[in-house]
Design a protein around this ligand. Structure first.
Ligand SMILES: *Cc1c(COP(=O)(O)O)cnc(C)c1O
Length: 418
């Protein structure tokens, strides 16, 4: 057999790990070509909400594909995008009055950053500094990397990244975060971008809604634009439609992607408040918002998103989420007190813990070892270093969720035995 020419993302091919081939998916399960059933305990990297191949979403995609597949979105419009924008307006805070389409979480972030700089430039005010939170992740394009944590993942690209202000992750005492943010805002920061309540790729780090509320208040005091990157946290992940909702926060811009189509198609939006739009609105062409990509507002992806929103309207999605939250909590507390488990924590449907004792150098290979172990047990779990987290589709049944957690428990037991 010839070797595959495919170069996979975040994959060190030189380590020789097998790359299983998936043939089909349904609900919370992926099926391999050699007929194994894999439980998708991380929602295929945080995107799948109602389950794989949801019949309503699949039908909407098929229907739209036969009707209008793709068209230019600069200066032209189509019904699926119009409908989606109106529905997003209806379910999100009133102040987020404008909807800009793109095709991934990273581009939604790039768009928000460009809108922020455009906002200040078009008002003739010199503001361009972006402030971020330590340990954040906002995507892998250059701008998104610039506003994210620096480390081994982007060290080689450091010369391409721009400088930003950083505030510490809020610990038990959030005051240092507030103080640093206040200093940056008072110094004329253009915008602050943050993942509300949960820092995903940074290690499922969680902070309280009251901290989000206070950070928003500080930004407002200095007119620093507040960008909520809800790419991971929205669509029920944190127990509410958006994480901002829990903190009574309305940002100036909100980035949405991942679960926007129920996890079926690549699509993103950057929701913007009226002042952001107004700063670009003019009969002067130089104030145009110059951003597009070929597949902006792809009609098939928009149809998938509309089907997702119909599911939210018509099915008991919130009930399923509440049920999953309770089940996650029970599994997590069953492991609390285990000698190999630390920092058990949960925000909505997301449960996370650290395995092993406090960081030692030998822990550096714990993540890959766990990854292999879970793969061999037919589970899709992808630890972040020694942080193990469970973030399943909302439709996961008790048997599958039990299997996920009992394997995590067994891994913890083996860790103690070793
Ligand atoms: C995944 C993620 C992104 C990037 O989204 P992509 O669709 O992978 O480009 C941005 N921000 C957050 C918070 C994310 O979790």
């Amino acid at each position: 057999m010839t070797q595959s020419p495919v170069w996979h993302p975040f994959t060190q091919h030189g380590l020789g790990d097998p790359i299983p081939q998936i043939e089909r998916a349904e609900g919370a399960a992926l099926y391999t070509a050699d007929k194994r059933r894999i439980v998708d305990a991380i929602s295929s990297w945080w995107v799948t909400t109602h389950g794989h191949c949801h019949p309503r979403i699949a039908a909407a995609i098929a229907e739209q594909a036969g009707k209008l597949d793709q068209m230019i979105f600069a200066g032209w419009k189509h019904e699926p995008a119009e409908q989606l924008a109106l529905e997003l307006r209806r379910i999100l805070p009133d102040q987020l009055s404008r909807v800009f389409f793109s095709d991934s979480g990273s581009t939604a972030v790039e768009v928000a950053l460009k809108m922020a700089l455009g906002f200040w430039k078009h008002q003739w005010e010199e503001r361009s500094r972006i402030v971020v939170m330590e340990h954040s992740y906002h995507g892998d394009t250059i701008g998104a990397m610039s506003v994210g944590a620096r480390g081994v993942f982007n060290a080689a690209y450091a010369p391409m990244l721009f400088d930003v202000g950083r505030v510490p992750f809020p610990g038990d005492d959030p005051q240092p975060t507030y103080d640093a943010l206040e200093r940056e805002c008072a110094g004329g920061a253009a915008a602050f971008i943050v993942e509300p309540l949960v820092l995903g790729a940074g290690g499922m780090l969680m902070y309280s809604p009251s901290v989000l509320t206070e950070m928003r208040r500080i930004c407002a005091r200095y007119d620093t634009l507040f960008i909520a990157d809800e790419v991971m946290t929205a669509w029920g992940r944190t127990g509410t439609l958006t994480a901002c909702e829990q903190a009574d926060v309305v940002p100036d811009m909100m980035c949405l992607s991942k679960g926007l189509t129920g996890g079926s198609m690549p699509l993103a939006v950057t929701m913007a408040s009226e002042p952001i739009w107004a700063a670009h609105y003019s009969n002067d062409r130089t104030r145009t918002f110059y951003h597009s990509s070929s597949y902006t507002a792809n009609p098939i992806a928009c149809a998938a998103a509309n089907a997702n929103l119909a599911i939210w309207r018509e099915e008991p999605v919130m009930e399923r989420i509440d049920g999953l939250c309770a089940r996650q909590e029970a599994h997590l507390s069953a492991l609390s007190g285990h000698p190999a488990v630390r920092n058990g924590r949960r925000c909505g449907t997301i449960a996370a813990l650290e395995m092993g004792d406090a960081a030692g150098s030998y822990l550096s290979d714990l993540g890959p070892r766990l990854l292999r172990r879970f793969r061999d047990a037919d589970l899709l779990l992808r630890p972040l270093g020694n942080t193990v987290y469970v973030m399943p589709p909302y439709c996961i049944d008790d048997a599958d969720l039990d299997r996920v957690w009992s394997e995590i428990g067994a891994a913890a037991d083996d860790f103690v035995a070793a």
